[in-house]
Design a protein around this ligand. Structure first.
Ligand SMILES: [Zn+2]
Ligand SMILES: [Zn+2]
Ligand SMILES: [Zn+2]
Ligand SMILES: [Zn+2]
Length: 287
């Protein structure tokens, strides 16, 4: 018997909950999963909440960290790790907590690239289900992991309940306590299936649609008006609503609101810090 797990799931994004304990429990059963790693940005309280509410499943507390050179996943941590540290320092802090460091989607622009194979990361996400049509990024990550003898994992990287476990691993151990070390030593079977590319969402994004439903990729509603953050065809000069810093970006909501990534993560993190899991009876969006 092994454990079927999706190691890269966003249950919360931009302060909104996309998978509460009830819907997640149903989805885990339907998808035949034994658990997930909850890897939200700047939010760790929802992972602790889900672990408390779903003791019959293996809920690994994790985080997706925005290091100075790209995203790094952490699995099996107990304290939130700061964003924008160097990859080396981020990995050191993950290991200090006894966690595993994952080079998630290393060759996407948001990944850490070649550093995945130079720094002491434990796992390379050589198959990211969200990448879908841009499969070349996965092929390159997988080939480099194989040639450098790194342990590969596959995961979904989704906020959508329908797609958890679409890509997943099976850990070949019987012992719950042994799961992280079995993952680290590569006792794994990988299931690799791409998430469907949300063409409709992308097209409507470029056309400036309003009030889009959450994207199946990284759901990102605007803090100010709640409309989805959208990708525009051309970069243009925008000013962050919080810090007023100007930059060139493709991203803003359909009303034109823009938040720089530092302010986004700070807002989420500050809201997360206020949540006291043992004192609440229901977890709502933190923001
Ligand atoms: Zn990422
Ligand atoms: Zn992610
Ligand atoms: Zn807005
Ligand atoms: Zn800002």
């Amino acid at each position: 018997m092994g454990f079927k797990l999706d190691l890269h799931v966003h249950t919360e994004s931009f302060g909104r909950v996309y998978m509460d304990e009830k819907s997640l429990e149903v989805a885990l059963r339907i998808r035949g999963l034994d658990g997930i790693a909850v890897t939200n940005f700047a939010n760790i309280s929802h992972a602790f909440w889900l672990r408390k509410k779903l003791p019959q499943f293996l809920i690994i507390v994790g985080q997706e960290i925005w290091s100075s050179k790209g995203h790094i996943g952490a699995l099996g941590i107990t304290r939130k790790i700061a964003d924008f540290l160097s990859p080396k320092e981020t990995i050191r802090q993950i290991h200090d907590q006894g966690g595993l460091a994952v080079a998630v989607h290393p060759f996407l622009p948001m990944g850490i690239g070649e550093l995945a194979y130079e720094l002491p990361v434990d796992l390379v996400e050589s198959y990211n289900g969200m990448i879908g049509a841009a499969f070349f990024f996965n092929l390159l990550a997988g080939f480099k992991a194989w040639s450098s003898k790194r342990v590969s994992v596959s995961s979904s990287d989704t906020t959508a309940l329908d797609f958890i476990g679409q890509s997943r691993i099976e850990v070949l151990t019987d012992d719950t306590k042994d799961v992280l070390s079995a993952i680290q030593s590569g006792k794994l079977l990988l299931t690799k299936r791409a998430l469907p590319v949300p063409f409709g969402f992308i097209l409507r994004n470029f056309l400036g649609a309003r009030n889009l439903p959450p994207c199946r990729l990284h759901a990102a509603p605007c803090f100010l008006c709640g409309n989805s953050m959208a990708v525009k065809i051309l970069k243009r000069k925008v000013s962050c609503i919080d810090c007023h810093r100007e930059e060139f970006s493709r991203i803003s909501c359909s009303e034109g609101h823009f938040f720089c990534i530092a302010c986004v993560l700070r807002r989420i993190s500050e809201a997360d810090d206020k949540v006291n899991i043992s004192a609440i009876s229901a977890y709502h969006g933190t923001y």
